[in-house]
Design a protein around this ligand. Structure first.
Ligand SMILES: Cc1cc2nc3c(=O)[nH]c(=O)nc-3n(C[C@H](O)[C@H](O)[C@H](O)COP(=O)(O)OP(=O)(O)OC[C@H]3O[C@@H](n4cnc5c(N)ncnc54)[C@H](O)[C@@H]3O)c2cc1C
Ligand code: SF4
Length: 461
């Protein structure tokens, strides 16, 4: 260990831009055994590891880095798969620079350990070597219903099944995985990786009911009566509106509608042909990770030009720096310091341009972030054939919540006891984006794990 003075940080190989923009394959290779070991050997095994404290799951990072450095894959696989329900997913999609790697001691000049990439290597190599996470089978008479099959739902199911509790998962979509399947594009997360985990849960005894929206296709009360506890993980994918004229035009699209349709196309399922943007000029309004995903998807779909409009600058973009860099490499144009005021329509009601005002950063607000100010008289237009709005998400608030005494806050988030993850109705738990607002895969996974711990305690102790 402690080889950081002689060994540089390297990231896994990235596919060449000219190749990767022709398809939706993942852009990063997975470390091989030797690279993973050499990179892990850089770790200085801090006494008080900041990386572990910054990881929402408190993964045993220094311990599995040591095992990988010593080429003990079996132990690394066990360590990595214990506190995390699907480490190979988080290794791919976590914003590492803001989480574990951001707080790595070596980030101070030497280059952080490539924690996420080693994490992906461990489980991928482990699966290849034939290791599997262990499940005991259904060993209790307790039953739990899970509504929603995103990372929060998959995580709670994983830990309940590990305790021998029967799980039935209800999902309104035709495939499980939530935003892992129909949000995050393939080039960041291959769908086979998600399908493999779902299959493992089904093999462990989980019953998956697809195409079944709770509150529409089946009553919440019916499920509640049949189970000993419930977990709600219905996410937050209601698009926020810009509140500007013209945004309801037929060629102005919500980011999720676009990404879901292109994912359906990639699955070779039916999709809406209006989302074929080949040879079109595409504008995406917003600067977060979802906006980057739309921009890079449009690029792969053969758009003539792809431009991101964002009201601040690159330093203030809310998403991952890595994804911004990847989008830049792939030929996305960025226009910073602009605020949309109106979508301009032609006589047929089609959007043809966005009216913008230039912006500048002013004094800091209470949170320390510089306020955005519009520059008077700076109105100008950018033409477009299609416009994608990517301004964030709110929870949708299904009516079964209020009907069953489950309280929500002013923006629709489900209120829970943050120790137990129990809602205001006894025996009903919640977590993920429907509690936090749009957040991260890793925090949804944490909520699922902690809710499972409380449910198990309540049912079995
Ligand atoms: C485009 C995009 C890219 C992202 N990229 C990243 C990234 O790179 N890294 C990262 O960490 N995070 C990323 N995120 C955020 C991350 O995907 C979410 O924070 C996470 O998926 C939330 O998990 P969840 O289980 O709470 O909800 P979801 O993943 O939204 O899953 C909720 C599930 O519940 C189902 N459902 C809803 N209502 C019902 C009902 N009544 N009955 C049955 N089923 C129902 C939905 O169909 C859905 O499958 C991204 C988000 C988006 C939109
Ligand atoms: S789950 Fe995310 S934050 Fe935690 S170690 Fe893995 S990549 Fe880092």
């Amino acid at each position: 260990m402690r080889e950081y003075l002689t060994t540089e940080r390297i990231d896994p190989e990235k596919r060449l831009v000219v190749e990767r923009t022709k398809d939706f394959g993942e852009i990063y290779e997975v470390f091989d055994r030797d690279d993973a070991a050499t990179q892990s050997d850089r770790c200085i095994q801090c006494g008080d590891p900041f990386c572990l404290n910054k990881c929402p799951l408190h993964n045993y990072i220094p311990q599995w880095l040591k095992s990988v450095a010593e080429k003990d894959l079996e132990f690394a696989f066990k360590l990595s798969n214990e506190p995390s329900p699907f480490p190979e997913v988080m290794g791919r999609v976590c914003p590492h620079d803001r989480l574990c790697e951001g707080d790595c001691t070596l980030n101070d000049g030497h280059g952080a350990i490539t924690i996420g990439s080693v994490e992906t290597h461990i489980t991928e190599a482990g699966f290849k070597a034939g290791y599997k996470p262990e499940f005991p089978g259904i060993t209790t008479d307790k039953k739990v219903a899970v509504i929603g099959s995103g990372p929060a739902g998959l995580s709670v199911a994983t830990y309940l099944l590990r305790s021998g509790i029967a799980v039935t998962m209800y999902e309104r979509s035709d495939r499980a995985g939530g935003l892992l399947t129909y949000g995050i594009p393939n080039f960041k997360l291959d769908k086979k990786v998600v399908e493999r985990r779902i299959k493992l849960l089904e093999e462990a005894g989980m019953k998956l009911v697809l195409n079944c929206e709770v509150g529409r296709d089946i009553d919440f009360e019916e499920i509640a009566n049949e189970n000993d506890a419930m977990f709600i993980g219905v996410g937050a994918t209601k698009a926020k509106s810009a509140g500007i004229a013209g945004e309801n035009a037929s060629n102005v699209y919500a980011a999720m509608d676009y990404l879901t349709n292109i994912q359906r196309k990639n699955f070779k399922l039916s999709y809406e042909k209006k989302f074929d943007f080949k040879d079109l000029n595409v504008l995406v309004i917003g600067g977060g990770d979802t906006a980057m995903d739309c921009l890079r998807t449009a690029k792969r779909e053969g758009a003539k030009s792809v431009t991101c409009l964002y009201r601040r600058d690159e330093k203030n973009m809310p998403g991952s720096k890595k994804e911004y860099k990847n989008a830049m490499e792939e030929g996305v144009d960025f226009t910073f310091f602009v605020s949309p005021k109106e979508i301009i329509l032609n006589e047929d009601g089609q959007a043809v341009a966005v009216e913008l005002m230039k912006t500048t950063l002013g004094a800091k607000d209470e949170s320390g972030r510089q306020r955005m100010e519009e520059v008077k008289g700076s109105e100008h237009r950018i033409n477009a054939d299609v416009i994608i709005m990517s301004l964030g998400f709110d929870p949708a608030v299904p009516s079964f919540l209020a009907e069953n005494g489950i309280e929500t806050n002013s923006w629709g988030g489900i209120i829970i006891d943050e120790e137990t993850h129990e809602t205001s109705t006894s025996g009903i738990y919640a977590g993920g984006d429907c509690f936090r607002g749009a957040d991260l895969v890793v925090t949804a996974a944490y909520d699922g794990r902690e809710a499972a711990r409380s449910i198990t305690n309540a049912l079995l102790k």
